[in-house]
Design a binder for this molecule. Sequence first.
Ligand code: ME8
Length: 511
Amino acid sequence: MKEKKKFYVTTPIYYPSANFHIGHCYTTIIGDAIARYKRLCGYDVFYLTGTDEHGQKIQKKAEEAGVSPQEYVDKIVANAKDLWKTLNISYDKFIRTTDSEHVLCVQKIFKKLYDNGDIYKGVYKGLYCTPCESFWTETQLVDGKCPDCGREVSEVSEEAYFFKLSKYQDRLMKYYEDNPTFIEPQSRKNEMINNFIKPGLEDLCVSRTSFNWGIPVSFDDKHVVYVWLDALSNYISALGYLTENDDLFKKYWPCDLHIVGKEIVRFHTIVWPIMLMALDLPLPKKVFGHGWLVINGGKISKSIGNYKDPRNYVDTYGVDAVRYFVLREVPFGSDGSFSEDALINRTNGDLANILGNLVNRTIGMANKYFDGIIEDKKTSEDLDNKLKVEAIELKDKVDKYMEKLEISKALEVIFDLLRSCNKYIDDTMPWILAKDENKKDRLSTVLYNLMECIRIATVLLQAFIPDTASKIFYQINTNIISYDSISSFGGYESGNKVNKSEVLFQRVEYK
Ligand code: ME8
């Protein structure tokens, strides 16, 4: 048997936060859709996500809550896992940076970099933003505040280890040049080159002594490893790097795609590749920096009061309404606006009116006119051929967009086919055909063509709205659902009997 091609995709590991919001779900739903799509195409996929549990910020929060950092994170991690379950996230591994395998791996990585001379000891004097766990120089501040989050930074001075980013600057630039699609969208690459590489990379402080909730440096345990060095290592520690059981690492590394929010592209396209170069490991193939979901132009945050637990939306509108909204509404790479009205708009406009209505009408007509039996009587008219061509071409169109990570466009073309089906019903007018005994074969073919288009679209929709796809397959009663089955028209079994139709999406009233 031919070995499957592998695909390793990651989303960031989240800071444990009791306040997960819809913005947090964005990256992980995108990662999930890509992972599901690649699996559908026959890849052997490994999808990694998890939690980033160390650092001063968490230590402080645990102190405020009067519990140990470990107790604090354990509780919140359970909350994160529950959220991903609610959203149908099909990760292959959930890594926690407090996992003992990860801790050991980070210690080995730190030691290896130190032994090779890429990490050295010095004194850190400078500015630190605790919420972002980021070091800054005076010139990088904006109005004296953290350029990422706009909050106060504090001055720190302590003995610390440094990582020689500067040594690898030219090699990194060359990697960018030799691999023009390493960072996408291109605008983010220009930002990295102009804002960070051209002004000259400074060595990075990679240990702290002023708090202890972190991974101890194995040979100098008053230091804990800087949380970003710790966090980035998760992408290889999760695969068993530097352990006896490194089969996953051998199989899946280098990573095919790191999906990250735009504010952490810097860590993933500068610090991470340099860590890998220093470890003499191959570099990831692509880092994609997506935009944010914003509310009234600003970030979503509990302190601003625009935050709602995403599970509320799932309870009200259904999991696939939330998934679909996130995947369809925002052109990947740009920022996109979130509002409950926009979510309702998509649910009513696309899911209820176009998809739900089409499935419901088609099954309803099959039951009404033919007792549910769908047969291809091979009658043919020009408008049939037009629809069939659109259906057959859909797979390649979606593939082209998914290759470029333009998920919103991939969904748009799937819904274009569904729209064409609704138009095909209006044009062929089955209710008129049904009045004429001589037109029974024609009517049967019309319904068959519709059913086959629904099947083709649904095979692809499995990657994006999996629950709904399963419901549709049940209602149209088919198990011909493979990717290969949609390369040609006619996979739906002629003579099949559909099940009763159930409403897939209720139209929702505006708030
Ligand atoms: O950055 N819209 O964790 P994090 C879109 N632990 N994406 C958003 C968003 C929004 N409104 N708010 C957050 C970290 N995100 C690190 C990662 S990886 C080695 C370490 C995204 O919990 C954000 O851009 O702050 C990021 O990709 C992800 O949520 C996790 O953010």
